[in-house]
Design a binder for this molecule. Structure first.
Ligand code: NAP
Length: 296
């Protein structure tokens, strides 16, 4: 509980996660690439540092919540990175969604400084981040997991230690496959309902309480029906995750046709200029195929 926490990456997810850590009584030193994220989180009560290296120097546990494998590499292993300020016995928790392979490489580099790493990607979206109800899937040494569990409990509810480094990221990729196919199913139901002229709200009410109920079915149709495509989770980040899924499928020599189809459909959403919209924008690709708009 008296651990000093460093937090790097103050975007859609990082900001509310910092707020919850501060609410739980932790003192936070933060760094972000650009100023707006810093101003917001300093407003919550955090202290700003000038580099990831300085964050590490002033913390016992450092959390990273950036975007892709190369970004995590940069803030941990790059010039003025966490690794330059890390001390023996510290733990670095990466909560971004990145490659399991790169995770293992970073963990090996940190181990040379006698620091431990946990990969702890999350599910539950920006709403889960705000509510402190994220699902967190963790890879890394069990001892580090047990030590850091109270910190993770300030941000999430369903926190599972899966196995060694990389195992958390692998399970996150499984999660993303299930999520995107769910978004596809939700979107196709809405397109059929709109084209046939049934009441969209009533369709949603009936379907979401039955066997087709899900987080996606509950949360996305109300936004789509009022044409709200602002991001909880951006299309470009979902495409990053699907790229990681495809890389894993390639490495394992397996076929994932459903995930591959949604990856292609999201390319069409990106080509339409909507890479920074929320993933509910998948419906716009299907609307074009059906020549209909899902609007209440
Ligand atoms: P976001 O809003 O785009 O925020 C990304 C953050 O990372 C920003 O603070 C950004 O800095 C920083 N960043 C990116 N590249 C960097 C680099 N090379 N060096 C330093 N800082 C860098 O993204 P997000 O939605 O919070 O997502 C963060 C991670 O959580 C991603 O891996 C995503 O896949 C995962 N995730 C997101 C959700 C969701 O619903 N949003 C759900 C589950 C998991 P700037 O502010 O300067 O741009």
């Amino acid at each position: 509980m008296n651990k000093r926490i460093g937090f790097i990456g103050l975007g859609i997810m990082g900001r509310p996660m910092c707020q919850n850590l501060i609410n739980a009584g932790y003192s936070l030193t933060v760094w972000n690439r650009s100023q707006p994220g810093i101003d917001i989180v300093v407003g919550y009560g955090a202290t700003a540092a000038s580099s990831p290296k300085e964050v590490a120097g002033k913390s016992d546990v450092v959390i990273t919540m950036v975007v892709d494998s190369s970004d995590v590499r940069q803030v941990i292993l790059g010039t003025n990175g966490v690794i330059e300020g890390v001390r023996a016995g510290m733990t670095v928790i990466d909560m971004s969604t990145i490659s399991p392979k790169v995770t293992r490489e970073i963990a090996e580099q940190l181990a040379q400084k006698e620091a431990k790493m946990l990969d702890a990607p999350v599910s539950g979206g920006d709403t889960g981040a705000r509510a402190g109800t994220l699902s967190i899937m963790v890879g890394g040494p069990e001892e580090a997991f047990n030590e850091c569990l109270p910190i993770l409990e300030a941000m999430g509810k369903n926190i599972i230690h899966i196995g060694a480094n990389g195992a958390g990221q692998t399970v996150k990729l499984c999660n993303q496959i299930a999520c995107v196919l769910n978004i596809l199913g939700v979107s196709e139901s809405l397109v059929l309902a709109a084209k046939s002229g049934v009441d969209l709200k009533k369709m949603h009410q009936a379907v979401s309480a039955g066997a087709a109920g899900s987080w996606m079915m509950t949360n996305l149709p109300p936004k789509i029906m009022v044409r709200d495509f602002e991001p909880g989770f951006m299309v470009k980040h979902q495409q990053k995750d699907l790229r990681l899924v495809m890389e894993a499928a390639q490495d394992l020599g397996i076929s994932l046709p459903g995930a591959s189809l949604v990856h292609q459909l999201f390319h069409s959403v990106e080509a339409d200029g909507n890479a920074e919209k929320g993933t509910q924008a998948l419906v716009t690709a299907l609307e074009k195929l059906a020549d209909v708009e899902v609007k209440d």
